[in-house]
Design a protein around this ligand. Structure first.
Ligand code: A3P
Length: 389
């Protein structure tokens, strides 16, 4: 009996050993067979590989000096390598996914389902109403009045603006969708109209600059700026509103941006968007200056026509938007639209023109002082001055 049990145990041990050996052998075979394709797949999707860093932009990308397309990398995806660090202290190469339009990629696309088209009354040939690639993009900055600007521009009969932010050229979307997908999402337009979209992530994600340039190198770029102090207050109002929505507690403006222990401003948080220079500097490395127009977000609030008129000239359009199209709404505290076709009066929604937190003047001054060198650097770069704190 004892002999029988010993025999059973030893055969069980042998079986286990065999199983372990076989699985080890299979694992090493599978690794050899699939590791290269997996790595290639990761490269195609631009997942970080080994020592590489992911491709989302940062303000330090302005240091990028040499970019080249890998010669052996063919097809829809181009990988751009840079030997420059992506952020301070991070060394090594990184990959940027760039998609160059193939034949027909940017062709106008049928609008499905057929959407409301405000200019339909003037259209003789219905087949001309198609989704067209944008010829102008508003790249940012967030909380500078981007939504109001696009809505106001839409008053122009030759401008058709997209009423949502596709964020297409930013990593999150670009890795998922191709150019045809993007063009199909554009609003219906006629051949002589200019489609405009806005996505504030474009200006701060520097890879988006390269992607937009690869998409259309003659595209016109709008960049909206605003006093960085009020911009930050607007960003804070947005944050506070989201916190309230999710039932979370809200930090005060001061606590959020100032460290009382160290007596220092939270540099990274404030400058990520609030220092316009590195972003604009990088944009200038990609697009010629005469294809970029800087729009004054503070004037857009006080005198929108002044900015709309500059944009009409920049886009080579007749000056069509006039005093009759806009009126100051006392209740809203901002300019609103007077739609000629319907006679309707329309203001921006509740999320635009929010009440800002009361911040004491001393703290605002301190913040303005902190931002002063960044502001001056920006003025020097653009060769213009804005009426900022
Ligand atoms: P606040 O809501 O903090 O006042 P964006 O559209 O880029 O998110 O910017 C929002 C900001 O646009 C608003 O910030 C508001 O100050 C500004 N804005 C400019 N013109 C406006 C208008 N006519 N109506 C509403 N908000 C406007």
């Amino acid at each position: 009996m004892r002999h029988y049990v010993r025999l059973q145990v030893s055969s069980l041990v042998t079986l286990c050993l065999c199983l372990v050996l076989t699985s080890a052998l299979l694992t090493s075979l599978l690794t050899m067979r699939f590791s290269a394709p997996l790595e290639r797949m990761a490269r195609g999707m631009l997942l970080p590989i080994k020592g590489e860093v992911t491709s989302s932009g940062s303000r330090h990308d302005a240091r990028v000096e040499s970019l080249y397309v890998e010669p052996h990398f063919s097809g829809e995806f181009r990988k751009i390598m840079t030997s420059q660090p992506r952020t301070a202290g991070q060394e090594g190469n990184r990959s940027v996914l760039i998609r160059h339009p193939k034949k027909n990629d940017l062709d106008p696309q049928p609008v499905k389902p057929r959407k409301r088209f405000p200019h339909a009354g003037n259209v003789t040939d219905e087949d001309q109403i198609l989704s067209r690639a944008p010829k102008c993009i508003l790249m940012g900055f967030a909380k500078c009045g981007t939504s109001a600007l696009l809505e106001f521009l839409d008053l122009h009969p030759k401008i058709i603006s997209l009423d949502w932010e596709p964020d297409y050229f930013c990593d999150r979307m670009y890795q998922k969708y191709d150019l045809k997908w993007y063009v199909k999402r554009m609003p219906p337009s006629l051949p002589d109209q200019i489609t405009i979209e806005k996505s504030p992530c474009y200006i701060v994600e520097h890879d988006a600059h390269h992607r937009i340039h690869a998409f259309n190198s003659s595209l016109k770029v709008l960049v909206l700026v605003r006093d960085p102090v009020t911009r930050l207050m607007s960003e804070h109002a947005h944050y506070a509103s989201c916190q309230r929505y999710w039932g979370k507690t809200t930090q005060s403006f001061e606590n959020r941006f100032y460290n009382n222990f160290t007596g220092q401003f939270k540099t990274e948080m404030i400058l990520k968007v609030g220092d316009y220079t590195p972003h604009f500097q990088h944009l200038l490395q990609v697009f010629p200056r005469d294809q970029i127009l800087i729009v004054d977000g503070d004037k857009l609030i006080t005198n929108p026509l002044s900015q709309l008129s500059r944009i009409e000239t920049f886009l080579g359009l007749q000056h069509e938007i006039s005093r009759e199209d806009l009126y100051f709404d006392r209740e809203k505290g901002f300019y609103c639209m007077h739609l000629r076709q319907t006679g309707e009066r329309r203001c921006m929604g509740k999320s635009k023109g929010r009440q800002h937190e009361q911040v004491n003047d001393q703290f605002k001054k301190k913040l303005a002082n902190f931002l002063k060198p960044y502001k001056e650097k920006f003025f020097e770069l653009v060769g213009d001055k804005f009426n900022w704190m």
